[in-house]
Ligand binder design. Structure first.
Ligand code: NAI
Ligand code: 15L
Length: 273
C-alpha cells in the first residue's frame, strides 16, 4: 500500500479537539474534506453537526468522556485546551491532565497519529537574536509553555513505548494577520496552518517529530530543517503586513524582556484571558 500524499489524504474518522476555538473554526471545514467522518469536540458549544460531522462535547479533563471521544478514531488534531497563560490549577486540568487523557485514550483505541498543537512558548525565554532548531533545550515562559513542553514529552513517551506517532507543532502566532512586530517573525497564516496540519497528517513516517509552525516570513527565529521529511512548504509571508505592524509599534524598548524574548508578553506572566 502506498503512503497518502497531501492531495490523496483521506481518513475514515478524524478527531478535531478544540473545534470551537479560533483555529478549530478555521480547520473544521477544511479537515472535513479529508475524511469520511470528522468528529469535532470542545468543552464549549459547537453548533449543529454538518453532513459528515459528529459533534461530541467533552471536557478534556474528564477521562471517561475522552475515552469515549477516541472510539474508532484513526488520527487526531489536538487543539483543545487553554491557549494562553492561566493559573497552574486551570492549566493542569485542561492541558496536562487533558493531554494525558487524549494520549491514553488514543493508545487504547489504536489511533495511529496525533497532530499536537504545541506552542512557541515552549522556548519563549530564548532571545530574538537566537535561531533555534526544535532540538534546543526547552525554556518555557510560563505555566502554559510548561504544559506544552509536557505535551511534547508525553508524545515522545507514547512513541517510544507504544509506537503512537505525533507531530508536535510549536505554532507561532496564527491569526488573520500579524498584530505587532514580534508576529512578523512568528506569524502563521490560516492557509499555511492548513498546509502544516495536512502535511503532518500525511507524512508517511514521523515517529515523534517536533517542528515550529510559521509562514515563509522574511525574519525567522526557527530553523525547521530537521522536519523537512514532513513536507510542509509554507506559501504565505508576513512581509506585506510589515509597514502596518511597524506603524502600530514605532519603537521597541530593548530593556523590556517582552520586546527581546521570543515569547513576547508571555515572559511577563501574560496575557491572561
Ligand atoms: P482557542 O483558545 O481559541 O481554542 C482552544 C479551544 O479549546 C477552545 O474552544 C476551548 O473551549 C477549548 N478548551 C479549553 N479547555 C478545554 C477543556 N478542558 N476541554 C475541552 N476543550 C477545552 O485557541 P486557538 O488559538 O484556537 O489555539 C488552538 C490550539 O493551538 C491551542 O492548543 C493553542 O495552545 C495552540 N496554539 C495556538 C496558537 C495561535 O496563534 N492561535 C499559537 C500556539 C499554539
Ligand atoms: C500561543 O501559544 C497562543 O495560543 C496564541 O494565542 C498566541 O498568543 C501565540 O502563542 C503567540 O505567541 O503569538
Amino acid at each position: 500500500m502506498s503512503a497518502p500524499t497531501t492531495s490523496s489524504l483521506r481518513f475514515r474518522r478524524l478527531l478535531l479537539t478544540g473545534a470551537a476555538g479560533g483555529l478549530g473554526r478555521v480547520l473544521r471545514p477544511r479537515l472535513k474534506t479529508r475524511c469520511d467522518a470528522l468528529r469535532v469536540s470542545d468543552i464549549a458549544e459547537l453548533g449543529a453537526a454538518a453532513p459528515g460531522e459528529e459533534v461530541q462535547r467533552a471536557d478534556l479533563a474528564d477521562r471517561a468522556a475522552v475515552f469515549a471521544l477516541l472510539k474508532d478514531v484513526e488520527a487526531v488534531v489536538h487543539l483543545g485546551g487553554l491557549s494562553t497563560e492561566h493559573d497552574f490549577d486551570a492549566i493542569l486540568q485542561a492541558n496536562i491532565v487533558g493531554s494525558y487523557n487524549v494520549y491514553e485514550a488514543a493508545r487504547r483505541a489504536g489511533t495511529r497519529r496525533i497532530v499536537f498543537a504545541s506552542s512557541n512558548h515552549v522556548t519563549g525565554f530564548y532571545r530574538q537574536d537566537e535561531v533555534l532548531t526544535p532540538a534546543a533545550m526547552p525554556r518555557p515562559d510560563g505555566h502554559y509553555g510548561l504544559s506544552k513542553a509536557f505535551g511534547e514529552n508525553l508524545a515522545q513517551f507514547y512513541w517510544d513505548r507504544y509506537g503512537l506517532e505525533t507531530v508536535s507543532l510549536r505554532i507561532g502566532s496564527s491569526f488573520p494577520e500579524p498584530k505587532d512586530r514580534r508576529m512578523l517573525a512568528t506569524w502563521l497564516s490560516y492557509d499555511d496552518l492548513e498546509r502544516l496540519v495536512v502535511a503532518a497528517l500525511a507524512a508517511p513516517v514521523v515517529g515523534h517529530t517536533v517542528m515550529y509552525g510559521m509562514s515563509d516570513n522574511a525574519v525567522a527565529w526557527w530553523d525547521n530543517s530537521s522536519a523537512h521529511h514532513v513536507g510542509y512548504r509554507p506559501q504565505d509571508s508576513s512581509e506585506p503586513f510589515r509597514a502596518a505592524a511597524e506603524a502600530r509599534q514605532p519603537a521597541i524598548d530593548l530593556r523590556d524582556p517582552a520586546a527581546v524574548c521570543q515569547g513576547g508578553a508571555f515572559v511577563r506572566n501574560g496575557p491572561f484571558e
